[in-house]
Design a binder for this molecule. Structure first.
Ligand code: SIN
Length: 328
């Protein structure tokens, strides 16, 4: 652990999501409006937080109030900057971020890549709105605080349904159930049980080896480099890729089938794109496993990243190669 054990502030940053959502009926788990309740009210609705904090000062800040399907570059910039601000405060032990489930894994990977924090930054969420008969947000928030204050926690983590995931592995795999996230075959990095964290293996997100832009390059970029995802499927061809290249795309992530395999016509278009200077990366559309490189591969693989995370890493790599070196 790099952070001081006597640091005594925990900061909860609100960004919206279903955890802050409201529905007209207690039984409605889908027809609600996300991002309605402020982070102060969310925190106040969980009285056991006082015990979990164990004397630690709690600070809240509303960074955004959005449905995470609308997560933008601007909100990412603001969130990264607010995280960096709090993380450099020696009194701050850890951060918790309330977030929508839909793009949580992308924000987790973005923050891990840009900040590579030694202190814990724990994203949490809910699958049911705060107005549900039995909402899951309060327990998730309590669990997230428990993880954030655990001395063994570090880096960007996600907590949902009592399970602790790291930024590299976490993926939303369920559209309705409360236990909506998974860490793939290597499993989660821990579980929260009765207010304690039982840790398991954690991946080395920080040392994943990708070239990445730091906070300054992110803050300076009015727009991120344009990177799109194209998916392989029965009958896939190259027209979408050719159109994207003509429109000025800077990077393409191919979500291949199985071990990143691509229809011959789609592959030919991607190779044309690569030859014209567009950066191309090959991931797999399978929700588990990774693309294993084979001799003679003509398109680089995503080094185990899912298509959405490979897109973020490619954006950040392009940003890093665009601008001056940034210690971030
Ligand atoms: C969102 O992602 O903001 C809405 C959906 C959710 O949080 O489950």
């Amino acid at each position: 652990m790099k952070h001081a054990v006597d640091a005594k502030t925990l900061v909860v940053l609100g960004t919206g999501g279903t955890i802050a959502g409201q529905a007209d009926a207690q039984t409605d788990h889908v027809g609600y409006s996300a991002a309605q309740i402020g982070v102060d009210q969310l925190v106040e609705s969980v009285p056991p937080l006082a015990d979990a904090l164990d004397g630690c000062r709690l600070v809240t800040e509303q960074v955004a109030q959005i449905d995470s399907k609308d997560m933008s570059w601007l909100v990412w910039q603001q969130l990264a900057q607010r995280c960096a601000f709090w993380l450099t405060d020696p009194a701050v032990q850890s951060l918790v971020i309330t977030h929508g489930t839909d793009t949580l894994e992308e924000t987790a990977w973005f923050l891990q890549s840009v900040l590579q924090p030694a202190k814990p930054v724990v994203l949490t969420c809910a699958m049911r709105p705060a107005t549900a008969l039995v909402p899951d947000g309060p327990q998730n928030l309590l669990d997230a605080v428990t993880v954030a204050l655990d001395q063994r926690a570090s880096g960007v983590l996600a907590v949902c349904a009592g399970v602790v995931h790291d930024a590299l592995r976490v993926q939303k795999i369920q559209s309705y159930r409360l236990d909506a996230f998974d860490s793939g075959p290597d499993g989660p990095c821990g579980h929260v049980e009765q207010g304690r964290v039982r840790w398991a293996g954690k991946s080395d997100s920080a040392g994943h080896g990708h070239v990445t832009a730091g906070l300054q390059a992110v803050a300076n970029a009015a727009e991120p480099p344009w990177v799109e995802i194209v998916i392989n499927h029965q009958g896939a061809d190259g027209r979408q890729v050719d159109a994207l290249v003509r429109a000025g795309v800077k990077g393409l992530v191919a979500a291949g089938t199985g071990n990143g395999s691509l229809h011959a016509d789609l592959e030919a278009a991607l190779l044309r794109a690569q030859e014209s200077g567009v950066r191309v990366v090959r991931a797999s559309r399978c929700c588990q496993g990774r693309v294993l490189p084979t001799p003679g591969d003509t398109l680089p693989d995503s080094n185990g990243l899912s298509p959405v995370k490979a897109r973020i890493s490619l954006m950040l790599a392009l940003l890093a190669s665009d601008g001056p070196a940034d210690a971030g």
